[in-house]
Design a protein around this ligand. Sequence first.
Ligand code: GLN
Ligand code: ZN
Length: 794
Amino acid sequence: MSVLSANLGFPRMGANRELKRQVEAYWSGKINDSALLKVADELRKNHWILQKNQLGLDIVPSNDFSFYDQVLDHAFTVGAIPKRYRDVFIKNDDDLLPSALEGNKLSTYFAMARGFQQFPGEGSDLPVIDLEAMEMKKWFDTNYHYIVPEFEPNQQFKLTSSKFLDEYKLAKSFGVETRPVLIGPVSLLLLGKAIPNSPTDFKPIQLLEGLLPVYEEIVRHLAEAGACSIQFDEPCLVMDLDPKLAQSYHTAYCRLSIAAKKSSGEPIKIHLTTYFGDIVPNLSFIFPDLPIDGLHVDLIRAPEQFESVLSAVAKHPTLQLSLGVVNGRNIWKSDLNSAFDTVSRAVAVLGANRVIVAPSCSLLHTPHSLDAETELNPEVKDWLAFSVEKIKEIVLITKSANNGIDSIKVELEDNQRSVQIRRKSSKIHNPAVQERLKGVNPDMKRRRSTFDKRWTKQQEIFKLPRFPTTTIGSFPQTGEVRKARAAFKRGDMSKEKYDEFIKDEIKKCIQLQEKNDLDVLVHGEFERTDMVEFFGEHLEGYAFTKNGWVQSYGSRCVKPPIIYGDVYRPKPITTEVAKYAQSLTKKPVKGMLTGPVTMLQWSFVRDDQHRKLTTQQLALAIRDEVTDLEACGISIIQIDEPALREGLPLRHSAWKEYLDWSVDCFLLASSSVADITQIHTHMCYSDFFDIIDAIRRMDVDVITIESSRSGLKFLRPESFTYSNEIGPGIYDIHSPRIPRQEEMEHRLEEMLKRLKRDNIWVNPDCGLKTRKWDEVDLALKNMTEVAKKFRYKN
Ligand code: GLN
Ligand code: ZN
């Protein structure tokens, strides 16, 4: 026996996002389900054959594919289909028999993911159906969103899909033996939520006993089909867990292990997989006696856990240790030498047959392959590894562990050359940036006066009415806007023409806001594809890929830019556009910037320095822009930080450190201005109450926040106080429906119960980018009328 190489999950979209295209074609009725299934089978087959035959990986995953999201797959598989969908889609019990995800099952599945509407016309017998989608949440601290399973107190579980088995068998039919991936039963319950109006003491984890028979059935089916091992993902093990959950883990894995052994033939091996953090605080959940055969740990995010985990595993007679030594969350080439050292150390302690080499987590979070990156600077490209290249690294590290480091001599030399060049490259290190950082002092992170003093001065200057109205920044990015930008980028449209086009859009946007009598205007952000990419393209130290797509949710992919070197701003970015927009109106137009923490969060970042340092560099670049905007007469500047909350570490004990530096960076970016310059920020999808102290410390003059999906829950705790100005979004921009005035009035009334009347702003809850012009026009008209009503009340 020898060291084996493994993967924990492969990106599903395909080299050219084939899955995205076909799923969207299916949704719009252009292809039927059998056509979609064919594409899916083709993709799965290609990915298995690629990993096994072309790249030479020993342990290839199956059931890592998904049409939308793997957590939704599991909720569906165990029959946790909320009642609203069951009532519409499940006609009889046969619909719930385990079978492939096709036909009616596929419709139910997508309805859960995306909601379902049916508005039959006059005279039709069909009923009106309007089902909301299930909630979506960020997958741990990644930018991947999962569907939150809904559980009810008397939840009945039932094996409803055979996807896990179909994939295993399909792979086998191509000659590829795979290791099926399942989300472990404990994490599945912990990731879910109780349905509304459940008794307050109901927690989904109480359903474990009822859920386990379904998992046992899954294990039995896989055993019968001949599977040798199953990967159970239990990422919740890296979180702060209630010690009582140790019992749940114990119960679950004892039962699964018995099921795995009971089957005819060889017992199935159970591999427990953790990622995104360190399991040491929860080691007692696993050791000494959780009956598992393998354990995977993430040694990229938490290398410090290595020795503790190794010695715990060493005490066990047979347990295999899977070492996550290749980064599944970032795009840099691994240092093969140091990975070799780690693996050798584990081999020395455990013996080769108990060691597995793997990525730190599923490769879902990295793009497919570097092959398509023909336009990337070759020097930078040489530093990178996407999923395919990462599997090559895993195979090489495994080979070196088995046959000695000399067995990969040529590849290692190549790798070490790239690693060395990157370390020393002048593209990365910029002495001027580093010098400037040393000069940062506390005064640079502090406004000149306190909020009260600034407020008084700003009132005099802006003379805004009470309940001032504004928007978050972007206005409709129509097909026309996207077409023009694409034509300009391709070189089919001249710069002059493109600039003219953008100016016309800005004019239209200002006119619409004036017509609806908004108080603080925006230019509409038509020149930006994406709030991070746009600024990244104007900063040094950033690189962009052509095809580096990563799934964000469902069929939606993002292409995070890459921060490879010291960041600085060579010249002003937004001043011209801001000046132009301001020239069109007497009302203030906000300058619109992306904050340093969000720039960091939504990029692939350097791994050769602390994230804090990279963020400080970004902060100085944004600070320069703030200073320049102020100098050219822009008196209100918004610095968006929608991702600040998302960056919170998984463990509570690390929150303070993160919030300290991230808020410091925001302050560094925003504090250069005079008292009379009004600083705004905007945040979305945050549990504001969690980070309210940090928000207070950001000391912005005005914060606008998303609050329509989460409700105004953050206002509810008695202890909530906030003294600066605040605009909790008054309607949901994610839906095409036009908000009625009464709804908005109701929300304002709610806010008035907790916030000072003088402090409330009236605005939508996020940018209007995805809406249509006529929707925006009507919605804003309703919104400003509501604000006016409140102004004149009392
Ligand atoms: N200013 C940005 C916009 O309106 C903010 C986007 C966001 O919050 N994600 O589009
Ligand atoms: Zn937002």
